[in-house]
Every structure is written in C-alpha cells, then in structure tokens.
Design a protein around this ligand. Structure first.
Ligand SMILES: Nc1nc2c(c(=O)[nH]1)N[C@@H](CN(C=O)c1ccc(C(=O)N[C@@H](CCC(=O)O)C(=O)O)cc1)CN2
Length: 300
C-alpha cells in the first residue's frame, strides 16, 4: 500500500482564503479589522523566520500585523509591561509570544499575563482548562490544524483509536483533548510508555509529536492508519553537500508511507497549518470580542 499524502500547503491555503473572506466581510459589514500582535524576544534564526512569516501572512489575509522584536536580554518585567499594553489595545485582537523564550524569562508567567480572550496560541491556563472541560476556548494552532486535517480525511473521529506520541503542552496534551472531544478513544504515549511499538500499532489515528527524528518506523503503524507527523527535525544531509541539512518528521516517512492509509509529509504537512490556524484564531478572537458570529469551520 502507498499512503495518500495529506498536503498541508494546499489545506493551509484554503484556510487562509476562508480567513481572508471573513476578514473582508468584517471590514465591509462592521468596519472591523482583526489585528494580531506577535512578540519575539531574541535572535533565534528559526523563530525569526516564523515571526516574519506570521506578519506577512497576517497582512496577506487583510488583517493588521503588529510586530515587536525585543533584544535577547530584555528583562521579564519589560516584556510583561508590553503584554499589558497589548492587552489594553483595542486594535489588537490576538497576542502571540513566540516560543522558546530566553532562559531568564518565565514563559508560564508571560503566557498567563496575556488576556485569555486575546490568547490566540491557546496556551493561557484558562484556555487550557476550558478546552479540557469542553468549554469554548482558544485552541492551540498546531493541534487545531491536525484536527482539521483528520476531520477532512476521516469525517467522524468517533470511536477511532487515537494514539498521541508526546505529551507537550503545545501539541501532545491539547491534541489529546481535541481528539477526546471528537469522541475518539485516546491514548497519550511518551518516553516511559511500555511497548510503544505495540501501542502505536493499535492506532487508527497516530499523531507523532515527540521531536525525535524518524523515531516511528512503518513497522509500528497499523495498515491503513492515518498518520499525522508533527515533528520538524533538522538533520545533517551530507548527500546534499557538506554542512547541508534537511527537515524530517518524527515518523520514518519512507517505511511509513508503505503501510499507512494517509500520512502528512515533513515539510509541507502539519507545519503550514500552524500559521493558517493562528490567522483563523485571530478572526475568531475578533468576532468573539465584538459579539459577532464566529467563522464556520475555522474553530474546533
Ligand atoms: N508561540 C508559539 N511558538 C511556537 C509555536 C507556536 O505555535 N506558538 N510553534 C513552533 C514554531 N512555529 C510557529 O510558531 C512554526 C513551525 C513550523 C512551521 C512550518 O511551516 N514548517 C514548515 C517547514 C519550515 C522550514 O522549512 O523550516 C513545514 O513543516 O512544512 C510554521 C510555524 C514553535 N514555537
């Protein structure tokens, strides 16, 4: 069997088009322009690229982008003061602090300083609790993107056996909550899980979010399963030349593609969905703030 490829680039482009439509309607009918503020602390090259892409895509869908790039040695108090100002700014409907933050800054403290209504990352403790208890929440972008792709591929997730490998606050835990909310039977596996291959082999839906290159081989995958690879790992690629690198997922694509029913590639799978869902969350936050109907199909 050769798996169907779930193309995140096409999927993300469709989401952006739907976001742009909704933004145009908000402007035309209500004189509203959703605004997204992205805060970067430091000069991490990957983070700089992500932040630049967020700003570019925000403008492309017709929203207002506010970028705040602060030096790596910015005191925590200064960052918290900026968050306060963004919380109070009426033109800002979404606030995102790019992670990771430098070590001297307490990331939890910063995230929990964001107004939960503007927390388009869905990382604030209140949004985490709301998601876990089935209340209306802002949902973390990467798991939201995975959920959208799964629903599109499988229709109902009800009763499916889902295994999430990885228990991070950004992906693993919220992904498990979202799958549970769609009535899947969910197992969260991690580094201490006994007989991980057997656990994975039981999955109709396998979400890999561990951050270890090609850790899950085809032999761990149930034939026909839907595999969502969240990993983005940069590894040496001597075949491309000295010092060159390439991106690989947490799943060993070459062997997995022979067994799975459908699979997301890396790059071009889950990654592009993260920013598309951030834009979707910003429109949702703007609509909620104004008491307007939320865009259909762009929330969990
Ligand atoms: N505050 C947040 N920080 C971080 C998040 C997040 O959701 N919120 N996620 C990641 C980084 N990230 C967005 O911020 C992100 C990662 C990857 C991609 C993406 O499109 N990846 C491409 C490959 C890109 C490349 O060539 O390097 C792909 O997989 O196809 C977008 C956004 C950590 N920080």
């Amino acid at each position: 069997m050769t798996a169907i490829l779930i193309d995140g680039k096409i999927f993300a482009a469709d989401i952006r088009a739907r976001v742009a439509d909704h933004v145009a309607r908000l402007k035309q009918d209500h004189g509203l322009t959703p605004g997204l503020a992205v805060v970067l602390v430091g000069e991490d090259p990957a983070s700089q690229v992500y932040v630049r892409n967020k700003g570019k895509q925000t403008k492309e869908v017709g929203m207002t982008s506010f970028e705040h790039c602060l030096p790596a040695d910015t005191p925590e108090a200064e960052l918290l003061a900026l968050i306060d100002r963004l919380n109070a700014a009426p033109a800002v409907h979404g606030i995102l602090v790019q992670l990771p933050l430098p070590d001297h800054i307490d990331a939890d403290k910063v995230i929990n300083a964001i107004d939960p209504a503007k927390d388009v990352d869905g990382f604030h403790i209140l949004n985490v609790g709301r998601l876990a208890t089935g209340q209306k929440a802002m949902v973390p972008c990467t798991p939201l993107g995975c959920l959208m792709m799964l629903r599109d591929r499988l229709g109902s997730l009800s009763g499916k056996r889902a295994v999430v490998v990885g228990r991070s606050n950004i992906v693993g835990k919220p992904m498990a909550q979202l799958l549970l909310r769609d009535s899947a039977t969910v197992t969260v596996a991690h580094s201490r899980t006994q007989d991980l291959p057997a656990v994975c082999r039981g999955a109709d839906i396998l979400v890999a979010a561990v951050g270890r290159p090609a850790m899950i081989p085809g032999g761990w995958i149930k034939p026909g399963a839907t595999v969502i690879d969240v990993g983005i790992n940069r590894v040496p690629a001597p075949e491309k030349g000295e010092g060159k690198t390439r991106l690989v997922g947490d799943v060993d694509f070459e062997t997995a593609v022979e067994v799975a029913g459908a699979i997301t590639p890396v790059p071009g799978g889950v990654g592009p969905m993260t920013i598309a869902c951030l834009l979707a969350n910003t429109v949702t936050a703007c609509c909620r703030d104004s008491g307007l109907p939320e865009p259909e199909g762009l929330t969990a």
